[in-house]
Write a protein that binds this ligand. Structure first.
Ligand SMILES: [Zn+2]
Length: 107
């Protein structure tokens, strides 16, 4: 399995599909399927049957996971959508960096 370069709370830009060029924050990551849920992205309407909890049921919109090859991280330093690399610091700490501006993405 490839190293997970995304973290919950990352701001990302969608690079293809119906939500192209939209940005949002990562809400959830599924490393096994290499998918993420991004706030406000890939929303679909789902029909729900009434349950004991929700007596009304009906149509609800919710975000569906998208493959993480469909997004780029929005770099907090240069504010561009960027590919991210991982680098090991002298301290042995692994940090993610922006391949555009070389800035550290992690705080
Ligand atoms: Zn950058």
């Amino acid at each position: 399995m490839s190293r997970v370069k995304y973290k919950k709370g990352d701001e990302v830009t969608i690079i293809c599909g119906k939500d192209k060029d939209k940005t949002g924050r990562i809400l959830k990551i599924f490393p096994a399927s290499q998918k993420v849920i991004v706030e406000g992205i890939n929303r679909v309407k789902r029909h729900r049957k009434p349950t004991q909890k929700d007596q009304h049921g009906g149509i609800k919109e919710e975000e569906r996971p998208i493959h993480w090859s469909n997004l780029l991280i929005l770099c907090p330093s240069c504010k561009k959508s960027a590919r991210i690399g991982v680098r090991v610091l002298e301290t042995g700490e692994r940090v993610r960096f922006c391949k555009q501006c070389n800035g550290i993405v992690d705080k």
